[in-house]
Design a protein. Structure first.
Lengths: 306, 306
């Protein structure tokens, strides 16, 4: 068994310490709760809601595929619509990742800033950074907490981390791997052509100030492990440092694309998982925290069995 | 000017939008508040409290130096004492970074698990994960907030993020770049030979469960941008994937080591900076959050002018 781990693999543990297996049955780790969830607690993600971004292979020739899940209604649909059009127009093919700022974001799009956008993109108003959620919808969420960034609660709503305000407005939350729309100064809201993903501690001050349109559900490591840019804001200073994007397609346009499902966030297993994330009692832990912030309760997502 | 940024450089902004310069004078960005702090608001960090870790150069031959600031009393001093002894014994020379788990931690030490430890290391009890802080000391902190992980408050105390509990115990907080001591199952508390640093969203469930001993103050990008390990828990599966550590020395043993200072967290400039981090009103922002979590208020640290 590996020694000195901040985290210990369950199987190795039980083999080494048979008595702990019993305790672990009483207090399973979050990953074990997810593994034990029933088949009908998982929700399939439509392939048309996926965006597959293939980067150029790495220096050893290994392919680098990043899979993004686009946000469903009622959030950010103006930008999501634009992104579907940009993917259909193959607009990102030949663009690049141009900025990687440590503990913040990585950003991609057209480094030349001269590539013409396809026709028919919407100009989305700033009012669409938030959505009005009816109290009845909010009651469906089975996890909610107050935190420093909202005056009502953060909830996990239909599979997504959402911040709620007293005025009934709601906005997606900038957790790790969430994908947002770069923009210029207000009143610009961005078209969706310039995108970024979070690669550090949740930059929640961006909530309600920028549109979030999805999250990376596979392959984030191909982005988060890129060299940091040495220019201002983490931009790459030399053209050859940029990471080429070979293609971006919606999932239904990619014949060999895997399919995914997420754990229904209204399910009993999700409630147990969220509780276990906030109160770690599996064998490694001495003191359960008694709580967790919304970005420490990532929604479980996995490939569907073929 | 770069378009579509989630964040815009101040100088470029003022050049392009002269009117905004006036607004920015009223609502400076956090970085501007730090830049304007008075010389006597900065506190020198003793070079003997620094640990300089030189990794093998990267694939292009570029040196990779990581600077860690060790925690001062009254926190985790048993482990910090061990770490000083390990550095003095040059114990880490020839060891490696063996684990890089995305959005979690990177860990280094002896991959063979066979290297003998120097004599005289302390066995530190679990009770030392926390420290009792007197209320008088706590009052000195000029920033404090309740959050999901503590039942009293998180404070920034003498330059460090600290969680306070109702029972008057206090423990350092697992923010990005904090450095902790890997351990096996309780009652093992780790010697300090196996260390890790946080490279993702703050894993606060580890607070009070593992000793924190310092933070990376320069060069975290040499660790956070490493390829993720493909084994369980992000361990590298092949020996050649490990990142060699050439040497680890205390700062006072390295002739050319830079010196650093941090912004006094009891200063007026720190209070203004923390407030601005929680209420972004600089030109890019439309809606100030009204709050921030402790890990989104990193203590400003910089190289001292020579």
């Amino acid at each position: 068994m590996k020694r000195y781990l901040p985290f210990v693999a369950y199987a190795a543990l039980c083999a080494a310490f048979p008595l702990l297996a019993q305790e672990a049955e009483i207090y399973p780790a979050p990953s074990e709760i997810v593994a034990a969830a029933k088949a009908d607690e998982w929700v399939a993600i439509k392939s048309s809601d996926l965006m597959i971004m293939d980067l150029a292979p790495d220096s050893t020739g290994k392919p680098r595929r990043v899979v993004i899940q686009l946000m469903p209604a009622p959030f950010s649909q103006g930008w999501v619509g634009n992104i579907r059009k940009l993917a259909a127009a193959r607009w990102w093919d030949g663009t690049s990742i141009n900025r990687v700022q440590d503990n913040y974001v990585a950003q991609w799009g057209d480094a030349t800033e001269k590539k013409a956008l396809p026709e028919g993109l919407a100009m989305v108003p700033e009012s669409d950074y938030v959505t009005v959620l009816q109290p009845a919808s909010v009651k469906e969420a089975n996890w909610g907490r107050r935190d420093s960034y909202v005056d009502a609660a953060t909830i996990i709503y239909k599979g997504w981390p959402i911040g709620l305000n007293q005025d009934k407005t709601a906005a997606p939350v900038h957790c790790y791997a969430m994908v947002g729309v770069g923009r210029n100064l207000s009143p610009d809201t961005g078209s969706g052509a310039e995108l970024y993903t979070v690669i550090g501690h949740a930059p929640r001050h961006l909530d309600r100030n920028i549109a979030l349109v999805g999250r990376v559900i596979e392959g984030i490591e191909h982005i988060s492990s890129l060299p940091r840019g040495t220019g201002a804001l983490g931009f790459y200073e030399k053209e050859e440092d940029r990471v080429p994007i070979l293609s971006v397609r919606l999932g239904n346009e990619v014949p060999d694309a895997p399919t995914f499902e997420y754990l229904n966030t209204d399910s009993a297993s999700f409630a147990a998982y969220a509780d276990a994330r906030a109160n770690r009692r599996d064998p490694f832990f001495n003191v359960p925290a008694g709580g967790a912030d919304i970005c420490n309760i990532p929604v479980p997502i996995r490939r569907q069995a073929k």
